[in-house]
Design a protein around this ligand. Structure first.
Ligand SMILES: Cc1ncc(COP(=O)(O)O)c(C=O)c1O
Length: 385
């Protein structure tokens, strides 16, 4: 079946008791067993271990990514943490993308480094630097593409090949494109990680995370961590995300179409210094964007002439675009990564990887594109170049 059909029907079926078409929110702690000898006959014992609403979402996401199975978590950060806990031990080394969501850097440098795991932050756009960063104790390569916020791309097939040859796992944060536009497991990766907070939910209603594993064995290691640490997704969160998934493709197409129009408009605006969007011919890795994904997504960034001061004035005054963290929702959001999403990345590190003080990040939503452009135009008129 096609993606549009699966995003609606995979993992769910009418409620066997009432016929309710939507999977109910199974708000329960425990599950009554038939007898001691028939313990777990229906598959559920306690909602930290498994919950039917969450399970429906796990099965849907596993299907959409083409994985063996999926585990869901309370946030995207919990999903990334589960990957570290399941596959890294004290003394191990991991190679992590030098540009990624700021929380990934924080989790690595401020938490896991305390427990004896070492990290190399590598330029994933240059596979030879990743190969050179491998050590005898490397166990994991974690990439994110397009990367938050600079949108630097990673050649997933090339990095997967390096990981396979070295016998290490390759996990990909696929939050920005989702399986509708990019399927890391088909390109050779072992794990696809998501902040479901973003496009799967799509309505600014939840925080959540997921890891889709290529094999049952990898999924079992993650499921053990999920249960042992209790980093689970709530049934309400899963239910809302299940509804969001049904329109994923339509939202992404509309949001991406809006993003391309806005990127082209910004590119010719006299007050804009530079624009980066993978769908623009001027994007340095445009060819890779076209070859490994079926769409360019709805994230872009630009810098206003007049630098940081002008950029901040624009973000403070623009209408319609909400100044907020998060991305991927139907509402358009504007973000200043340096003070918001990437505040915990040291200034030198940010400078080194191109997260400049003047970078303005846009998460393009589903509003009429003329209104989104009109609001940006008004705000740009107000800021001094
Ligand atoms: C690419 C990416 N991965 C992971 C996360 C973390 O997800 P969450 O906020 O759901 O914990 C984010 C959050 O912005 C993100 O942008």
């Amino acid at each position: 079946m096609g993606f549009n059909t699966r995003q609606i029907h995979a993992g769910v079926q009418p409620d066997p008791v009432t016929g309710a078409i939507l999977t109910p929110i199974y708000q329960t702690t425990t599950y009554v067993q038939e007898s001691v000898d028939e313990y777990l006959r229906k598959g559920y014992s306690y909602s930290r271990s498994a919950n039917p609403t969450v399970r429906a979402l796990e099965m849907k996401l596993a299907d959409l990514e083409g994985g063996a199975d999926c585990t869901c978590y309370g946030t995207g950060m919990a999903a990334l943490q589960a990957v570290y806990l399941a596959f890294l031990n004290a003394g191990d080394h991991a190679i992590v993308a030098d540009v990624a969501y700021g929380g990934t850097y924080r989790l690595s440098t401020k938490i896991f480094s305390r427990f004896g795991v070492s990290f190399t932050f590598a330029d994933m756009s240059r596979p030879e630097t990743v190969r050179a960063a491998l050590k005898p104790n490397t166990r994991l390569i974690l990439t994110e593409t397009p990367a938050n916020p600079t949108l630097k791309l990673t050649d997933l097939a090339a990095i997967s090949k390096i990981a396979r040859e070295a016998g290490v796992l390759h996990a990909v944060d696929n939050t920005f494109l989702t399986p509708y536009y990019q399927r890391p497991l088909e390109l050779g990766a072992d794990l696809s990680v998501h902040s479901t907070t973003k496009y799967f939910d799509g309505h600014n209603a939840t925080v959540g995370g997921a890891v889709i594993a290529k094999t049952q064995e990898l999924d079992a290691a993650l499921r053990f961590v999920m249960n042992a640490t209790g980093m689970i997704m709530s049934p309400q969160g899963a239910w809302l995300t299940l509804q969001g998934c049904k329109t994923l493709s339509v939202r992404l197409e509309r949001q991406s179409a809006n993003a391309l129009v806005i990127a082209r408009w910004l590119e010719q605006h006299p007050k804009v210094a530079q624009v980066r969007y993978p769908g623009l011919e001027s994007f340095p890795q445009h060819a890779l964007a076209k070859s490994q994904a079926t769409g360019f997504g709805a994230m872009l960034w630009f810098e206003v002439k007049g630098g940081v001061r002008a950029g901040k004035a624009l973000m403070d005054s623009v209408e319609l675009w909400s100044l907020a963290e998060n991305l991927g929702s139907v509402e358009s959001l504007i973000t200043h990564p340096v003070t918001m999403t990437h505040a915990d990345v040291e200034p030198e590190e940010r400078g080194r990887v191109g997260i400049t003080d003047g970078l303005v990040r846009l998460s393009v939503g589903m509003e009429d594109v003329e209104d989104l452009i009109g609001a940006l135009d008004e705000a740009l008129k107000r800021v001094g170049a």
